[in-house]
Design a protein around this ligand. Structure first.
Ligand code: MUC
Ligand code: MG
Length: 373
């Protein structure tokens, strides 16, 4: 293939309102902020990427404003003029010169893969070895902050068939109050509907032991990140102690985190997220570690918009052992979108766009409307 250079990278901060407040243990979201990456190449091809976190700096180490600055100031000078054709070479260059900054690296790698897919006329999942499925199961997170509103929301989605599994966010209140909320919702949706609970690191290990006992008795299907992400040994103890599966989310950040957790049995499920791991290719490495250790997989979200969600879907579609489905509902939490072709959701699944590349096109009028002024 003839030489193709990276010419420039443009970053835009976009703020989109959420359809309702979204309550997590560490933040209440009323809008979602995305850094949209456009990577321009000398053959006229443009790759898209998205760097998104949750609640400013309350979830991860990188903020939207900081991610834009990192790309503009540090990533662009490293990549400008380099061959766009080897994503592995470019990502290894970034890893050599930029420590951490996984959310940024994920957005850049997404844009490189999107450009390369468009160039070759194939999907991003084709570049990653090929999809094993063209659809992915998608749950919905109930987090309005109000128990009866959550039950009503769930019943609406069960009735119209959009979702058949729900994740509850707790950890903001006294554990007794939170557990009563979970029990009420579990009763409200009935025994045939799967319910999972994400504590987002809010409990100490001893509170977790009491709390998970009650959640397990209530018939909850999966417990996500109950304790602080750095307590790998504690996660292993809880995994061993309980019958209900324990999922590592924040703890299972990078490839090396996945390896360390797998070695000690920290979690019987890993939540994969392209932002935590620094890109799509690292997701496949984490999946291989999990597969080798007999750990189940779940396709997680950083509540990205359509670009980040499709990027995640493209790589998750290549994993044959995604036993727990996905939570790739990010675009549905937003009142509007900045792409021309939205993701199609229904019957509990999403459809993976056909490409080429990600298969997503920006609507520049919408970007203009929602870009931070
Ligand atoms: C998380 O920790 O899982 C995923 C779904 C949701 O509502 O929040 C995110 C974060
Ligand atoms: Mg989580």
């Amino acid at each position: 293939m003839r030489e193709v250079q990276i010419e420039s990278i443009e970053t835009t901060i976009v703020d989109l309102p959420t359809i309702r407040p979204h309550h997590l243990s560490m933040a209440v979201m009323r809008n979602q902020t995305m850094v949209i990456v456009r990577l321009f190449c000398s053959d006229g091809i443009e790759g898209l990427g998205e760097a998104t976190t949750i609640g400013g700096l309350s979830y991860g180490d990188e903020s939207p404003e900081g991610m834009k600055l990192t790309i503009d100031t540090y990533v662009l000078p490293l990549l400008q003029g380099k061959s766009a054709l080897s994503v592995n070479a470019l990502m290894s260059l970034l890893d050599h010169h930029i420590k951490g900054n996984y959310f940024v690296k994920s957005a850049i790698e997404t844009a490189l893969l999107d450009a390369q897919g468009k160039r070759l006329g194939v999907t991003v999942s084709d570049l990653l070895g090929g999809a094993v499925s063209r659809t992915l199961p998608v749950l919905w997170t109930l987090a309005s902050g109000d128990t009866s509103k959550d039950i009503q929301e769930a019943q609406e989605f069960i009735a119209n068939g959009r979702h058949n599994t729900f994740k509850l966010k707790i950890g903001r209140n006294d554990p007794k109050v939170d557990i009563a909320h979970v029990v009420a919702i579990k009763k409200g949706v009935g025994p045939d509907i799967k319910v999972t609970v994400d504590i987002n690191q809010a409990w100490s290990e001893s509170v977790a032991k009491q709390g998970i006992t009650l959640l397990q008795d209530a018939g909850i299907d999966l417990i996500e990140q109950p304790i602080v992400k750095t307590n790998f040994d504690g996660l292993a103890r809880l995994t061993q102690y309980f019958r209900v599966p324990i999922m590592a989310d924040e703890a299972a950040g990078t490839v090396s985190d996945a390896f360390k957790l797998a070695k000690i049995g920290g979690g019987s499920v890993f939540a994969l997220k392209i932002a935590k791991s620094g890109g799509l290719i690292n997701i496949q490495k984490q999946a291989a570690i999990a597969q080798g250790a007999g750990i189940s997989l779940y396709g997680g979200t950083m509540l990205e918009g359509t670009i980040g969600t499709v990027a995640s879907a493209q790589v998750f579609s290549t994993i044959p052992t995604l036993d727990w489905g996905t939570e790739l509902f990010g675009p549905l939490l937003l009142t509007d979108d900045i792409v021309k072709n939205r993701i199609s959701y229904g019957n509990g699944v999403l459809e993976i766009p056909e490409g080429p590349g990600l298969g997503v096109e920006l609507d520049m009028n919408q970007v203009e409307k929602y870009k931070r002024k």
